[in-house]
Design a protein around this ligand. Structure first.
Ligand SMILES: *Cc1c(COP(=O)(O)O)cnc(C)c1O
Length: 359
């Protein structure tokens, strides 16, 4: 048993309780093998089953056919800023859409290894919306377009997937598996697991096989998506334990009704929180309504002292992880798949009481 803490951390973030319980139950002896997954060869039959089942589960959840390769890598989403650019560089210029902290980072890292430019940016609007697609300065001869589907720090997200003719590459770290997506619109998707889909240390890369062929031949093997796909992500030792935990999370998502149910729950949670914010003059959210993230809700109070008090009292009431990112300050609640609605209700109730005391 552990203390009942409500965890709003942005990542690493809350995992489903049944997953943690299963990990605990299986930790010392995985399925009668007498050893832990922590101690298991990635070449063993038992691990091969975990790897196979998790890939099938992910394919089923997202509707990925054999035209897609699915990679389970280490290195985090940040490594994919560079690796995606290296592997796709033969396609031509990368067009980046800058919508907040992470897309900015992805662009800066991409420019170090391949030609990239900014096709649109909402920086001048303090990232309070996504630039309208009509204003994207895309060159038809460019190679691909890179977007960040949900900006974890700024709390701004694409309300719908852009329709473009160029291959679309998306960093989906913080809204991966939070809703069904039209997979055919994308060429490559990557996501760190630690926001919505598992523990830190595992990264999902989904790539259309037709794009794999473009990887330059002289890339280091560990950076080459095609080689990694040929070896089923086992060119070297993969992060076996993280992969195993993520496999359990994928099963948990499936048994909870799959991505349509995850989306419904995300809408319900975020609607309640935004309506609480909007109905008060006390809490503020600066994102244009149509572009608000359902996953990371950034909000602020009139001054920092009040925010510090909010954080202290929330902590005392059993709620953690509500501090905004150091890059922008303020407050933030991250509402990932694993969060039950009742926990969000507890936060909203706390917000009402805090406002009635200090508003
Ligand atoms: C957290 C996050 C990252 C960085 O992930 P790491 O796994 O720490 O490299 C990148 N992009 C987005 C959208 C994120 O939320």
């Amino acid at each position: 048993m552990r203390q009942q803490i409500i965890n709003f951390n942005p990542g690493p973030a809350k995992l489903p309780a049944p997953v943690l319980q299963q990990v605990q139950a299986e930790l010392l002896d995985y399925q009668g093998s007498g050893i832990s997954v922590l101690e298991m060869s990635h070449r063993s039959d038992l691990f091969a089953q975990i790897a196979h089942r998790s890939e099938q589960r992910l394919r089923q959840l997202l509707g990925l056919d054999n035209g897609w390769a699915v990679l389970f890598l280490s290195g985090g989403a940040s490594s994919q800023f560079s690796l995606s650019a290296m592997n796709l560089s033969a396609l031509g210029f990368a067009e980046h859409i800058i919508t907040g902290h992470w897309s900015q980072r992805a662009y800066l890292e991409a420019t170090k290894v391949a030609p990239a430019r900014i096709a649109a940016s909402s920086e001048a609007l303090a990232y309070s919306e996504i630039p309208a697609q009509a204003d994207w300065q895309l060159d038809e001869s460019s190679g691909y377009v890179h977007i960040t589907s949900n900006e974890t720090i700024h709390g701004v997200a694409y309300p719908k997937i852009p329709e473009i003719d160029l291959p679309l590459v998306a960093d989906m770290s913080s809204d991966f598996l939070s809703k069904p997506i039209d997979i055919d619109r994308f060429g490559l998707i990557y996501a760190g697991a630690q926001k919505n889909a598992g523990p830190a240390g595992l990264t999902f890369v989904l790539i259309k096989r037709s794009l794999l062929e473009h990887a330059p031949k002289d890339l280091p093997a560990m950076f080459n998506y095609r080689l990694l796909a040929d070896k089923n992500s086992m060119l070297n030792t993969p992060p076996v334990f993280n992969w195993y935990v993520a496999a359990l999370v994928l099963d948990w998502i499936d048994s909870g009704g799959g991505l349509p149910m995850m989306e419904q729950a995300a809408i319900k949670r975020s609607s309640l929180l935004y309506s609480q914010i909007d109905s008060s003059g006390f809490y503020h959210n600066q994102i244009a309504k149509n572009f608000r993230s359902r996953i990371n809700v950034a909000f602020s109070l009139q001054h920092q002292e009040l925010e510090n008090m909010f954080l202290q009292q929330a902590q005392a009431a059993g709620m953690t992880g509500l501090k905004g990112h150091r890059a922008i300050g303020g407050l933030r609640a991250s509402l990932y798949n694993a969060m039950p609605f009742t926990e969000l209700e507890t936060l909203v109730e706390f917000m009402r009481e805090f406002e009635s005391k200090y508003g």
